[in-house]
Every structure is written in C-alpha cells, then in structure tokens.
Design a protein around this ligand. Structure first.
Ligand SMILES: Cc1cc2nc3c(=O)[nH]c(=O)nc-3n(C[C@H](O)[C@H](O)[C@H](O)COP(=O)(O)OP(=O)(O)OC[C@H]3O[C@@H](n4cnc5c(N)ncnc54)[C@H](O)[C@@H]3O)c2cc1C
Length: 463
C-alpha cells in the first residue's frame, strides 16, 4: 500500500477542510486533504451550464461575519464579490399568500411597532402579543432552551409559528422545538439578559441595513470560492474519492483510505460529526458517542429554469419561507435571478425549492421524480407559473445539515475536554461549533493554527 507523508492529514474536503489546508500551507506546512466524494467543496457545489449558474447548496456568505470575505481577499477574488439585488424582501407564506417580512426587522423580528402594525403577515392579536415583548419579564433561569420556547415566551405563539419556525429554524432545516437558542442565536439571549427586551435592545442599536445588503456571493456561484481555494494549494494536496477509513497512532498518525495511506504528525477531522465518530471509536468510545449524538437533517434542493414570461409573479424579492403550520411541501424557495446578478441567460429566471429537513424527515425517502414533481407543482402554484421548465435539477443533501439541538454547547464542551487525550488530533467544521460558511472558515483556520502550534512544540514534523 503506498504511504504518502505530510505534516497534517485532513479528513474531509468541504470548506472547513480546504480552509484548514490553506492555513497550514500559508504557515509553511505540508498537508493532504482526503475527501470521500468525487469533488472538493462538500455541500458547496455550483453547476454551470448553457448560461445558468446553479448553486446546489449554499448560495450566500454573510458579510457581518468577516472570515469568508477576508479569505476571498487573500485569494485575490474579493473584487468579484457581488451583493444581493434590490429589493431584498423575503416573504413568508400564510394561507397560500406571500407576505413580506416586517420592514427593518432583525432576523424577522420587528424592531419598530409602526412597521409591525403595517405588516400583513400577523393577526392583530399576534401583533399585540409581539409588541408586548417589551414588558415580558426576563427569563429567570440560565438553562439552554429551544428556539420555540424562547420565542413563544417572549413574542407569543404566532411569532413562534410564523417567524421562528420558518426563519430561525428554517435556516438550519431544523425542528424549532429542538434547536438550541444558545448555540444558534446567542445575540437574542444577550439582548434579553442585558436590556430585558429583545425589541428594545435592537431598537437601541439603531442598526441601519447596509446599502450593500447582508450577503455576498460570486458571479460563478459559491463554488468559485472552492475553485480558488483548491487553486491556491500546492498540486496534489487535495485527493478526491479518498474516504478515510481508519486512523492509527504510533508516534505519528497513519491515516488510511481504501488502497493508500498518509503518515502525518497531526490529523484534522473536518467531516460530519457522525463520520468523525466512526474514526474516533478506536481511540475513545465516549468521545465517539458524544460526536455521534450530534443530529443531522436531510434536505433536497430542486432547481428550475423558466422563461421570464412563464412566471406571472413579479418575483420582487429574494424568495419565501413556508411555516410548518401551513402544511405545505416546500420549506422555502429562492428566486435566484432576483437575488443575484448573472445566474441565467437573458430573459430567463432561475428558482430553487427546498424540501425535507427536520420537520419533514421522510420526504427524502421519495424517488427523484416525485421530489422534482412535488417542488415543481408547489412553485407553479405559489408563483403562477405556466408550462414546462427548461430544466429541473435535483440535489440531495442526505445527513448534511447538523442540528445544534438544546444542550449542543455542553456536548461540544465535553468533546473538547476529551479530545486532548488524543494529542495531535483536531476537530473542525460544521458538526461542532461552526454553522455556515464564514464560521466554518474561521473555525478551520483557528484549528489549523492550533495544529501548527502542536507540531512546532512537539517537534513531531515528519518532514
Ligand atoms: C442546502 C444547504 C444550503 C446552505 N446554505 C448556506 C448559505 O447560503 N450560506 C452559508 O453560510 N451556509 C449555508 N449552508 C451551510 C454551509 O454550507 C455549511 O455549514 C458548510 O459548507 C459546511 O462545511 P464543512 O466543511 O464543515 O462540511 P461539509 O461541506 O459537509 O464537508 C465535509 C466533507 O467531508 C467528507 N467526508 C465525510 N466522511 C469522510 C471520510 N470518512 N473521509 C473523507 N472525507 C469524508 C464529505 O464528503 C464532505 O465533502 C448551507 C448548507 C446546506 C446543506
């Protein structure tokens, strides 16, 4: 069996594994990224064909978290970053109608009573209950709670159903009753703690929406970032169709794939938590069990291209989300060509529908044909679309969305406490403490820096 040698072996070639490899290379170390799939990027995948640019997974990078934009700058592609098109309105479906989210809101939550009063999304009873958030007493305990519990407690049932569920839990394709408020939205908890009211705290910040919008992408889709990262690494660094099957430690690590191995002074696992669990079991079954306890949801993205005149809806925004209480097959939809420039040939529109997630886990048991037909029918009805799509593409993301459920931070703390018992082994990526592209990049680069410190202080560099 051929044995390659590097300072660090990285399992997983998603954005976390690639960003870690970039950081190690920048600091003068050698590494190998061993990726199970046929291409690097993990859930970041952009298809480009006949003038269409289709992001199969993520399509946006949050500017407020600087790590993604900073990496683009280092890679020399920052001048290619594009902002979302105007208007940036997102809609929420209620009784088959699309209602804009409250103007000037923070994560969908109203900051001003006047804007809430004008909203067509909520009943008057719901609006009054939300406005009363200003006088709801602070929570009295320090324990983690679900997004639903927090929002119900502060803003009432309607806000939990029509904001928290589709928007806060929806971003994570998760179950609002299970996802952790503390792990996912600590700013809302801090707002409650510090000023007694979330609405008051955000109003006091006087945050004006940036004219550039909150998100950026690249003209060739988020996949451009993956292409640029791979191009910045020495040739041969990234090895695809190389699933790590086993890790042994005898002084240095021997990281095996089917038919090959890498000998390395340190190992960085940037794979889903359940995949990390499999690789850690031989070292520490408790640690493996903790990793295995991170739940994952499955989703499907279905992309469609149409001629503009086939769609009667004005597509005047970025898309819509669908609350669970609507009992609708779609989780959400993006009007891609209204959100980003240059994603379709002139006179055409691109849209994506999302299915599955924590609220509808069995949806993905259906055949490809059924999923495409379901998404198509739902979009055609919501947006008054006539005729056949020019193309339809289905992307299945099976167990690809980690669910930071109540207690996640305690779980991660327990993992971090046990991990040093395997010196030289590091964990990064979305399964643990980094949701979304910017956080995955920041987390992976920090973890890579720790691996460098480990190797330098232990003098276990293999070459
Ligand atoms: C549909 C969807 C839409 C999203 N939209 C956004 C968005 O718009 N903006 C945003 O910021 N975030 C978004 N996210 C989240 C973001 O994409 C992820 O948090 C991030 O890309 C995860 O990166 P990662 O490297 O940690 O994991 P992954 O991308 O999952 O990479 C892990 C890699 O490990 C590989 N692997 C698994 N087992 C092994 C093994 N044994 N050996 C070797 N390799 C292995 C896998 O093949 C995979 O390539 C979205 C996610 C999804 C699923």
């Amino acid at each position: 069996m051929p044995v390659d040698v590097a300072d660090v072996a990285i399992a997983g070639g998603g954005i976390a594994g690639l960003a870690a490899a970039y950081e190690l290379t920048r600091r003068g170390l050698t590494c190998r990224v061993l990726e199970a799939g046929p291409r690097p990027g993990g859930v970041i995948f952009t298809e480009r064909f006949d003038g269409w640019v289709v992001d199969a997974g993520p399509d946006a990078m949050l500017v407020q978290k600087p790590a993604a934009v900073a990496l683009c700058r280092e890679l020399g592609i920052a001048d290619r970053l594009v902002s979302t098109l105007q208007p940036r309105t997102a809609y929420v479906m209620r009784e088959d109608e699309l209602h804009p989210i409250v103007e000037g809101s923070f994560l969908g939550f109203p900051v001003r009573w006047s804007a809430l009063a004008r909203s067509s999304l909520f009943t008057w009873g719901g609006k009054l209950r939300m406005a009363a958030e200003a006088v709801v007493p602070r929570g009295t305990h320090d324990e983690d709670e679900s997004i639903a519990t927090f929002v119900r407690r502060r803003f009432g049932e309607e806000a939990a159903d029509y904001l928290a569920e589709p928007l806060l839990a929806g971003i994570h394709a998760g179950d609002v009753e299970r996802l952790s408020m503390r792990a996912l939205f600590p700013r809302l908890i801090d707002a409650e703690r510090q000023s007694g009211s979330v609405m008051r705290a955000f109003r006091a910040l006087h945050v004006k929406p940036s004219p550039q919008g909150a998100f950026v992408s690249l003209p060739g889709g988020v996949g451009e970032l993956v292409d640029a990262l791979v191009a910045a690494l020495p040739p041969g660094t990234v090895q695809t169709s190389a699933r790590v099957t086993d890790i042994e430690r005898a002084g240095t690590f021997l990281v095996s794939t089917e038919g090959a191995a890498v000998q390395a002074g340190a190992v960085l696992l940037a794979v889903p938590a359940y995949a990390a669990a499999n690789l850690l079991r031989a070292f520490d079954t408790t640690l493996a069990g903790l990793c295995d306890g991170v739940a994952y949801a499955s989703t499907a993205t279905v992309a469609f291209g149409y001629r503009r005149e086939q769609v009667r809806h004005p597509l005047n925004g970025t898309g819509f989300v669908v609350p669970r209480v609507e009992r609708h097959p779609l989780l959400a939809a993006t009007w891609v060509t209204s959100k980003w420039p240059g994603r379709a040939p002139e006179g055409h529109v691109l849209m994506r529908g999302f299915l599955g997630g924590g609220r509808d886990p069995h949806r993905l048991d259906r055949s490809d044909e059924e999923l495409v037909a379901t998404a198509r029918e739902a979009l055609e009805e919501a947006l008054a679309i006539d005729g056949e799509p020019i193309f339809a593409r289905l992307y299945r993301w099976t167990r690809q969305s980690p669910q930071y459920e109540v207690g996640h931070l305690e779980r991660v703390a327990a993992i971090e406490q046990r991990l040093p018992s395997i010196p030289g082994l590091f964990l990064a990526g979305s399964g643990f403490r980094a949701i979304g592209i910017p956080d995955c990049i920041a987390d992976a680069r920090e973890t890579a820096a720790r691996a460098v410190t480990y190797l330098t202080t232990r003098s276990t560099k293999t070459i």
